[in-house]
Write a protein that binds this ligand. Sequence first.
Ligand code: A2P
Length: 294
Amino acid sequence: MQNLTLNNGVTMPALGLGVFQSPPDETAAAVETALGLGYRHIDTAAAYANERQVGEGMRASGLDRDDVFLETKVWVSDYGTDETRHAFEKATRKLGVDTLDLLILHQPAPARWERTLAAYRALEGLLADGLVRAIGVSNFMPQHLARLLPEVDVVPAVNQIELHPYFQQTDVQKADTEAGILTQAWSPIGGITFYPGPWGERRSVLTDETLAALAASHGKSPAQIMLRWGVQQGRSVIPKSTNPTRIAENLDVFDFELSADELARIDALDTGVRSGPDPDAPRDDFFDRVIPEE
Ligand code: A2P
């Protein structure tokens, strides 16, 4: 496993298990399987409603708490000074841990900027108190970073954004790099391009011909090519799977290399079209969603 060093010196495994859309009743088994196979990084979120099951899977693995890099996210309805502090308490209670390795804001709330800022400052307080080892953001576009950075003391360690070959957000990657923020890819194998939902017709990146050709020439799968592309370019990737075979497949990306030309062929697949929600326009109902206490 390759490690990445965050801007505060904390190290994080480059590849972790994502659990977005992992049904709660399958999450504990997926986490236990992943940790048994050698994963040491799990990414969840209060809004995924499966933090409790992530904690169960961690305990079932038999690993020490310190052996696992645990990341979760504060949902927008919990933004605020006291609210975000309380969100940490809710998350750690559900996860069954005392501290978190990485706690990030799930997305900016541009129309409620003061609350976004208060939430980030609460993360800074948790960091100062030693309750989280690193803090960061998610779905922050360059304009959101430009608003945040002059107002805060701690540069986010991570910005987790939609990032797969069809949507690479090179402008965000550049803004992250300039600020010393590590870009973390959500949907790194493009699940968001084929998840069923209210999004209409989509083209699945998993069936892309260029990726299929690269996969064939390396004896790997398209998913493995995409993950290798991500880690080789220095990003953190957190593929989601609840299927044991695919969980194993997604970890098996450290025994081959893509050439500069192959990386460039993947770079050229960018469509510039987002599949996930627009971070500049969070829906009002996002703020009505209450994250339960238990
Ligand atoms: P499943 O959980 O049944 O494996 P992303 O993390 O990019 O959003 O992708 C997640 C989606 O991709 C899920 O639908 C997941 O389904 C599927 N998936 C995960 N790993 C693989 C793989 N190696 N090959 C094909 N599909 C995969």
